[in-house]
Design a protein around this ligand. Structure first.
Ligand SMILES: O=C1O[C@H](COP(=O)(O)O)[C@@H](O)[C@H](O)[C@H]1O
Length: 228
Protein backbone atom coordinates (compact mmCIF):
# COMPACT_ATOMS: atom_id res chain seq x y z
CA UNK A 1 0.00 0.00 0.00
CA UNK A 2 1.56 3.39 -0.98
CA UNK A 3 2.17 5.98 1.73
CA UNK A 4 -0.18 8.85 0.87
CA UNK A 5 0.65 11.12 3.80
CA UNK A 6 2.24 14.45 2.82
CA UNK A 7 6.01 14.61 2.72
CA UNK A 8 6.91 17.97 4.35
CA UNK A 9 10.29 19.31 3.23
CA UNK A 10 11.86 22.45 4.66
CA UNK A 11 14.23 24.81 2.79
CA UNK A 12 16.20 27.79 4.06
CA UNK A 13 14.56 30.35 1.76
CA UNK A 14 11.69 30.97 -0.62
CA UNK A 15 14.27 31.14 -3.44
CA UNK A 16 15.37 27.58 -2.65
CA UNK A 17 11.75 26.44 -2.69
CA UNK A 18 11.30 28.07 -6.11
CA UNK A 19 14.49 26.61 -7.56
CA UNK A 20 13.80 23.10 -6.23
CA UNK A 21 10.25 23.25 -7.57
CA UNK A 22 11.48 24.40 -10.98
CA UNK A 23 13.90 21.49 -11.23
CA UNK A 24 11.36 18.91 -10.04
CA UNK A 25 8.82 20.19 -12.47
CA UNK A 26 11.23 19.97 -15.42
CA UNK A 27 12.29 16.47 -14.37
CA UNK A 28 8.63 15.38 -14.10
CA UNK A 29 7.99 16.81 -17.57
CA UNK A 30 10.93 14.92 -19.09
CA UNK A 31 9.75 11.69 -17.50
CA UNK A 32 6.15 12.12 -18.58
CA UNK A 33 7.10 13.00 -22.14
CA UNK A 34 9.47 10.02 -22.36
CA UNK A 35 6.80 7.65 -21.01
CA UNK A 36 3.54 9.07 -22.40
CA UNK A 37 4.50 11.67 -25.02
CA UNK A 38 3.01 14.63 -23.14
CA UNK A 39 3.15 16.46 -19.82
CA UNK A 40 -0.10 17.56 -18.20
CA UNK A 41 0.39 20.11 -15.46
CA UNK A 42 -2.12 21.97 -13.28
CA UNK A 43 -0.96 25.40 -12.18
CA UNK A 44 -1.48 27.10 -8.84
CA UNK A 45 -2.62 30.70 -8.73
CA UNK A 46 -1.64 33.46 -6.34
CA UNK A 47 1.80 34.98 -5.85
CA UNK A 48 3.88 32.09 -4.49
CA UNK A 49 4.32 30.12 -7.74
CA UNK A 50 5.25 33.20 -9.81
CA UNK A 51 8.91 32.78 -8.81
CA UNK A 52 8.81 29.29 -10.35
CA UNK A 53 7.04 30.45 -13.49
CA UNK A 54 9.63 33.22 -14.03
CA UNK A 55 12.47 30.71 -13.72
CA UNK A 56 10.91 28.37 -16.30
CA UNK A 57 11.22 30.97 -19.07
CA UNK A 58 14.98 30.46 -19.32
CA UNK A 59 15.08 26.67 -18.98
CA UNK A 60 15.18 24.30 -21.94
CA UNK A 61 12.07 22.10 -22.20
CA UNK A 62 10.06 20.31 -24.86
CA UNK A 63 7.35 22.98 -24.62
CA UNK A 64 5.31 21.65 -27.56
CA UNK A 65 4.39 18.63 -25.42
CA UNK A 66 3.27 20.57 -22.36
CA UNK A 67 -0.46 20.80 -21.64
CA UNK A 68 -1.34 23.43 -19.07
CA UNK A 69 -4.45 23.41 -16.85
CA UNK A 70 -5.41 25.59 -13.88
CA UNK A 71 -6.38 24.56 -10.37
CA UNK A 72 -8.63 27.55 -9.85
CA UNK A 73 -9.67 30.84 -11.37
CA UNK A 74 -11.18 34.07 -10.13
CA UNK A 75 -14.41 35.25 -11.76
CA UNK A 76 -13.11 38.50 -13.20
CA UNK A 77 -13.13 39.91 -16.73
CA UNK A 78 -11.01 37.87 -19.15
CA UNK A 79 -8.33 40.58 -19.31
CA UNK A 80 -8.08 41.28 -15.57
CA UNK A 81 -4.44 40.89 -14.43
CA UNK A 82 -5.70 39.43 -11.12
CA UNK A 83 -6.80 36.31 -12.96
CA UNK A 84 -4.53 33.38 -12.19
CA UNK A 85 -4.21 32.40 -15.85
CA UNK A 86 -3.22 35.92 -16.89
CA UNK A 87 -0.54 36.18 -14.22
CA UNK A 88 0.96 32.87 -15.40
CA UNK A 89 0.78 34.01 -19.02
CA UNK A 90 2.46 37.33 -18.30
CA UNK A 91 5.50 35.92 -16.57
CA UNK A 92 5.87 32.54 -18.32
CA UNK A 93 3.35 31.01 -20.72
CA UNK A 94 3.44 33.83 -23.29
CA UNK A 95 7.24 33.72 -23.27
CA UNK A 96 7.77 30.06 -24.25
CA UNK A 97 6.59 28.18 -27.36
CA UNK A 98 3.74 26.20 -25.79
CA UNK A 99 1.11 25.79 -28.56
CA UNK A 100 -1.86 28.04 -27.65
CA UNK A 101 -4.24 25.07 -27.97
CA UNK A 102 -2.32 23.33 -25.18
CA UNK A 103 -3.17 26.05 -22.66
CA UNK A 104 -6.55 25.47 -21.03
CA UNK A 105 -7.75 28.48 -19.01
CA UNK A 106 -10.92 28.22 -16.93
CA UNK A 107 -13.51 30.48 -18.62
CA UNK A 108 -14.40 32.17 -15.34
CA UNK A 109 -15.70 35.24 -17.17
CA UNK A 110 -18.78 33.10 -18.03
CA UNK A 111 -19.72 32.97 -14.35
CA UNK A 112 -18.74 30.39 -11.73
CA UNK A 113 -21.45 27.80 -12.50
CA UNK A 114 -21.15 27.64 -16.29
CA UNK A 115 -17.36 27.86 -16.16
CA UNK A 116 -17.13 24.99 -13.65
CA UNK A 117 -19.41 22.76 -15.76
CA UNK A 118 -17.44 23.53 -18.88
CA UNK A 119 -14.07 22.84 -17.25
CA UNK A 120 -15.28 19.57 -15.73
CA UNK A 121 -16.15 18.42 -19.25
CA UNK A 122 -12.72 19.44 -20.45
CA UNK A 123 -10.65 17.67 -17.79
CA UNK A 124 -12.77 14.53 -17.44
CA UNK A 125 -10.97 12.73 -20.24
CA UNK A 126 -7.55 14.11 -19.37
CA UNK A 127 -7.13 12.55 -15.92
CA UNK A 128 -4.84 11.68 -14.32
CA UNK A 129 -2.65 14.76 -14.47
CA UNK A 130 1.11 14.35 -14.30
CA UNK A 131 1.69 17.12 -11.80
CA UNK A 132 -0.54 19.40 -9.74
CA UNK A 133 0.98 22.53 -8.26
CA UNK A 134 -0.82 24.09 -5.30
CA UNK A 135 -0.43 26.85 -2.73
CA UNK A 136 -1.79 27.45 0.74
CA UNK A 137 -3.43 30.76 1.63
CA UNK A 138 -2.92 32.48 4.96
CA UNK A 139 -6.49 31.51 5.86
CA UNK A 140 -5.82 27.87 4.98
CA UNK A 141 -7.43 27.81 1.53
CA UNK A 142 -5.96 25.87 -1.31
CA UNK A 143 -6.87 26.41 -4.97
CA UNK A 144 -10.22 28.19 -4.31
CA UNK A 145 -11.35 25.73 -1.64
CA UNK A 146 -11.85 27.69 1.58
CA UNK A 147 -11.99 26.31 5.13
CA UNK A 148 -15.54 25.83 6.44
CA UNK A 149 -17.03 26.11 2.95
CA UNK A 150 -18.84 23.11 1.50
CA UNK A 151 -16.86 21.01 -0.92
CA UNK A 152 -18.58 19.03 -3.66
CA UNK A 153 -16.89 15.72 -3.08
CA UNK A 154 -18.21 13.91 -6.14
CA UNK A 155 -17.57 16.74 -8.64
CA UNK A 156 -14.32 17.44 -10.48
CA UNK A 157 -14.78 21.21 -10.65
CA UNK A 158 -17.05 23.41 -8.53
CA UNK A 159 -18.33 26.99 -8.50
CA UNK A 160 -17.35 28.94 -5.41
CA UNK A 161 -19.41 31.85 -4.05
CA UNK A 162 -18.83 34.06 -1.01
CA UNK A 163 -15.08 33.43 -0.93
CA UNK A 164 -13.59 35.39 1.99
CA UNK A 165 -10.66 36.49 -0.20
CA UNK A 166 -11.67 38.64 -3.20
CA UNK A 167 -13.14 38.13 -5.63
CA UNK A 168 -16.06 36.28 -3.97
CA UNK A 169 -16.91 34.23 -7.08
CA UNK A 170 -14.39 31.66 -8.21
CA UNK A 171 -14.06 28.27 -9.87
CA UNK A 172 -12.02 25.50 -8.31
CA UNK A 173 -10.94 21.98 -9.03
CA UNK A 174 -12.11 19.75 -6.16
CA UNK A 175 -9.99 17.43 -4.02
CA UNK A 176 -11.16 14.59 -6.28
CA UNK A 177 -9.67 16.20 -9.40
CA UNK A 178 -6.58 17.58 -7.64
CA UNK A 179 -5.82 14.17 -6.18
CA UNK A 180 -6.01 12.54 -9.58
CA UNK A 181 -2.38 13.23 -10.33
CA UNK A 182 0.86 11.28 -10.44
CA UNK A 183 2.44 13.94 -8.24
CA UNK A 184 1.36 16.96 -6.21
CA UNK A 185 3.67 19.77 -5.11
CA UNK A 186 2.36 22.26 -2.57
CA UNK A 187 4.40 25.44 -2.12
CA UNK A 188 4.21 27.30 1.18
CA UNK A 189 6.49 30.27 1.82
CA UNK A 190 6.57 33.27 4.13
CA UNK A 191 5.82 33.94 7.78
CA UNK A 192 2.18 34.73 6.98
CA UNK A 193 1.59 31.07 6.09
CA UNK A 194 3.03 29.66 9.30
CA UNK A 195 -0.22 29.41 11.22
CA UNK A 196 -2.18 27.74 8.42
CA UNK A 197 0.66 25.31 7.80
CA UNK A 198 0.95 24.50 11.51
CA UNK A 199 -2.80 23.86 11.70
CA UNK A 200 -2.61 21.50 8.73
CA UNK A 201 0.34 19.63 10.23
CA UNK A 202 -1.52 19.35 13.53
CA UNK A 203 -4.40 17.59 11.77
CA UNK A 204 -6.91 20.43 11.25
CA UNK A 205 -9.66 19.77 8.74
CA UNK A 206 -8.51 22.11 5.98
CA UNK A 207 -9.46 21.66 2.31
CA UNK A 208 -5.91 20.56 1.57
CA UNK A 209 -6.30 17.66 4.02
CA UNK A 210 -9.15 16.36 1.84
CA UNK A 211 -6.85 15.66 -1.08
CA UNK A 212 -6.28 11.95 -1.33
CA UNK A 213 -3.92 10.67 -3.98
CA UNK A 214 -2.22 7.48 -5.00
CA UNK A 215 0.61 9.67 -6.31
CA UNK A 216 3.27 11.50 -4.34
CA UNK A 217 2.27 14.55 -2.25
CA UNK A 218 5.19 16.79 -1.32
CA UNK A 219 5.03 20.07 0.59
CA UNK A 220 7.94 22.43 -0.07
CA UNK A 221 8.10 25.10 2.62
CA UNK A 222 10.59 27.76 3.56
CA UNK A 223 11.94 28.23 7.07
CA UNK A 224 9.58 31.16 7.76
CA UNK A 225 6.47 29.17 6.92
CA UNK A 226 7.74 26.07 8.70
CA UNK A 227 8.70 28.12 11.76
CA UNK A 228 12.20 26.62 11.77
O1 LIG B 1 -6.36 33.14 -4.19
C1 LIG B 1 -5.50 32.28 -4.26
O2 LIG B 1 -4.65 32.10 -3.23
C2 LIG B 1 -3.88 30.90 -3.05
C3 LIG B 1 -2.64 31.31 -2.27
O3 LIG B 1 -2.03 32.38 -2.96
P1 LIG B 1 -0.66 33.07 -2.52
O4 LIG B 1 -0.68 34.43 -3.17
O5 LIG B 1 -0.67 33.16 -1.04
O6 LIG B 1 0.44 32.20 -3.04
C4 LIG B 1 -3.55 30.26 -4.38
O7 LIG B 1 -2.92 29.01 -4.17
C5 LIG B 1 -4.81 30.15 -5.22
O8 LIG B 1 -4.54 29.47 -6.44
C6 LIG B 1 -5.30 31.53 -5.51
O9 LIG B 1 -6.43 31.59 -6.34
Amino acid sequence: MPDTSPDFQSFASAEQVAETTTRRLLAAAERAIAERGRFQIVLAGGRTPLAVYRRLVDRPADWARWHVFFGDERCLPADDPERNSLAARAVWLDRVPIPPDNIHPIRAELGAGPAAARYAGLIRDRLPFDLVLLGLGEDGHTASLFPDHAIRDAALVMPVHDAPKPPPDRVSLTPLALGSSRAILILVTGRGKHEALARWRAGADLPVSRIVTSGRLEVLMDAEAAGD
